[in-house]
Design a protein around this ligand. Structure first.
Ligand SMILES: [Zn+2]
Length: 222
């Protein structure tokens, strides 16, 4: 059933490729293949699929973040999954990775209270669904972090030092997760965009008490 809300959403977020305007997904396969990988250096332990300066990925990320449209998460899930597998085998020499736990960065601001929508969660969910459905080996989607400090949007904060300060102490582990994470877990932290890596580094710091075996972060764009 197509509700009024759906019609309104379709009006603002129409069902065509943001690149070539062809009817279909918000980024078609052809246009997806034209988005360049990140060219600028990423902080250690953080990976990204695309260069954020590309206008098409910028537009699609806006839809994911503010349009409650999770389509981009499903489109990039297989690519992010591939990248994760490559990192696991190349950087960690893991061919059969066990106890993989995918963790989304918690959503910022007051929206958190009423929202049922968190774009980082949507990405994490799509990657785990892809792994478990297509590959069959079980990865876990766990959402153990909570935002405990009001911060400015990282994108609005200029300068590396200010960004680190803005996000410092922002995340904490939800009580119910303290004894729930599998022993020997490998955490993969997922977000939409990274600039200085400050949010992911802060999440890693917050997750340390859970004693993960390893952690790295991955985002759609840098
Ligand atoms: Zn296209």
């Amino acid at each position: 059933m197509k509700s009024l809300l759906y019609k309104v959403i379709s009006f603002f977020f129409p069902h065509y490729c943001l690149g070539c305007k062809k009817h279909g997904p918000i980024i078609c396969t052809k246009c997806l293949a034209t988005i360049p990988p990140p060219e600028r250096d990423l902080p250690r332990g953080i990976y990204a699929l695309f260069d954020y300066r590309d206008p098409l990925i910028k537009k699609a990320l806006w839809n994911l973040k503010y349009g409650n449209v999770s389509e981009l998460a499903e489109i990039v899930a297989p690519l992010m999954h591939n990248e994760i597998i490559e990192i696991l085998s190349e950087e960690y020499a893991l061919l059969e990775a066990k106890n993989i736990v995918v963790v989304p960065i918690p959503t910022s601001g007051d929206k958190t209270k009423k929202r049922s929508y968190n774009h980082a969660y949507k990405i994490a969910e799509a990657v785990v669904a892809y792994q478990n459905k297509i590959i069959g080996q079980h990865w876990q989607l766990v959402d153990p972090l909570i935002k405990i400090k009001k911060t400015q949007r990282q994108a609005m904060v200029k300068g590396r030092d200010k960004r680190i300060k803005n996000i410092q102490g922002a995340f904490s582990i939800k009580k119910e997760f303290l004894n729930k994470i599998p022993v020997d877990a490998f955490f993969i932290i997922v977000d939409d965009i990274t600039t200085t890596g400050a949010s992911i580094n802060e999440a890693m710091r917050a997750l340390k008490p859970l004693n993960p075996r390893h952690m790295f972060g991955i985002t759609i764009a840098h």
